[in-house]
Design a protein around this ligand. Structure first.
Ligand SMILES: C[S@@+](CC[C@H](N)C(=O)[O-])C[C@H]1O[C@@H](n2cnc3c(N)ncnc32)[C@H](O)[C@@H]1O
Length: 380
């Protein structure tokens, strides 16, 4: 499958691509010659396109695990392991973020040609970089405003409470001027929009030397995110035509349906509505392309509506009492959300409960279950 870099770069005008593709060859990332990387003919900057027709099931590239950039592969891996107790955080992203700050600011890093694709390490234009006024004006009524508020608070707290003390403890390797809060935020944006999270394997090999590490990594029910060069050049659409597969030796991007010559190859970043895409990736799919689109209504809004509909103080008191009771029971919460997908309600149990709380207990629920739990995102 391997091919020389010049075969996989179409727009030779892009001076950054060729060194990156030469690096890919050096680290044994195998690119199928039937595809090429380009900034021309893609939905957003870098992307991958088919040079020839591709059948479903074709491997378009494979990335050996040694080329992944994670807290396990960075040159500061031993230090991160030694300091893991002070690097613990609710997001679980701190070790990767420190690894990225270290590798991205060192020209001798193995991953320097990878970071070289984004000069000045300019992150995508996520709403977290917009002004608060812009967010309030342009994103009113979406979940993005609250989500970004939480992200910014988390980032600032994590940087001052965990990252800065770590940086000061290791002055030979880090300095606060270079490894600043601004750089930290940009790295968070890269992790948000470019990283991958490997699904947890159900069975662990008992003899595996890495068992203790894996246990540590899995303690929050997910493995930590990692950077996957080349895989992160693919853009996303809901109706995607490729997806990433994980094998013990490598990660492989495989077509999920036939792709015609000239078409862009699209990965899936997950089943996400437009507000979630905007929050995490800074774009939304034009209507009606996003088959994962949802309308999300905070459960608290339903309670407010029930209170407005109550006709007496006694009825209002009843609504409040029932709501408080169900909050105590853990059946609804102030932060909960009702999610309506294109095909039906994705949070049917919560909707049923809320309607009961809201004194509409005799009303039939006119929706079919949409199937599947509402996908949650890391609180970043
Ligand atoms: C994993 S990167 C993909 C590579 C990216 N095109 C680049 O040039 O670096 C994810 C970013 O690509 C862009 N992107 C991905 N899919 C997109 C789409 N369908 N429409 C617009 N932008 C998209 C967004 O800026 C997103 O944050």
């Amino acid at each position: 499958m391997g091919s020389c870099p010049a075969q996989v770069v179409e727009d030779e005008g892009d001076a950054l691509l060729l060194p990156f593709l030469q690096w890919c060859q050096k680290v044994n990332i195998q690119l199928n010659p039937k595809v090429y990387v380009s900034t021309q003919g893609t939905v957003w900057q870098y992307g991958m396109l088919a040079r020839e027709d591709l059948p479903a099931g074709e491997v378009i590239f494979s990335v050996p695990r040694s080329a992944l950039l994670s807290q396990r592969t960075t040159r500061i891996r031993d230090l991160l392991e030694k300091e893991q107790d002070i690097l613990d955080s609710s997001s679980g992203w701190v070790p990767l973020l420190i690894s990225l700050m270290y590798e991205a600011t060192d020209e001798s890093s193995l991953w320097a040609p990878y970071f070289g694709l984004w000069p000045q390490l300019t992150p995508p234009d996520l709403p977290m970089f917009w002004s608060e006024d812009e967010r309030l004006q342009l994103l009113k009524g979406t979940g993005v405003i609250e989500a970004v508020k939480g992200d910014l608070e988390n980032m600032e707290r994590e940087y001052s409470d965990i990252v800065l003390p770590f940086i000061r403890k290791h002055p030979k390797m880090f300095c606060p001027q270079k490894h600043s809060l601004d750089l930290y935020k940009r790295m968070v944006a890269f992790v948000m929009a470019y990283s991958f999270q490997e699904p947890l394997q159900e069975e662990e090999d008992d003899d595996d030397d890495d068992d203790d590490d894996d246990e540590e990594d899995c303690r929050k029910g997910t493995l930590p995110p990692m950077m996957v060069p080349v895989a992160d050049l693919l853009n996303h659409v809901a109706h995607h035509n490729a997806q990433l597969e994980f094998t013990p030796e490598s990660l492989r991007m495989v077509t999920t349906r036939p792709v015609m010559a000239g078409d862009e190859l699209f990965n899936t970043y997950g089943e996400m509505g437009n507000w979630q895409l905007l929050h995490m990736y800074g774009f939304a799919e034009p209507h009606p392309n996003n088959s994962n689109e949802t309308a999300d209504i905070p459960t608290a809004t339903l309670q407010e509506a029930a209170l407005l509909g109550a006709e007496s103080e006694e009825e209002r008191a009843q609504v409040r009492d029932r709501w408080t009771f169900l909050c105590h029971m853990g059946m609804v919460s102030e932060e909960g959300t009702l999610v309506f997908g294109c095909e039906g309600v994705l949070t049917e149990d919560e909707l049923r409960t809320c309607l009961k709380v809201s004194d509409y207990d005799s009303a039939p629920i006119p929706y079919e279950a949409g199937g599947g739990a509402y996908r949650r995102y890391p609180s970043y």
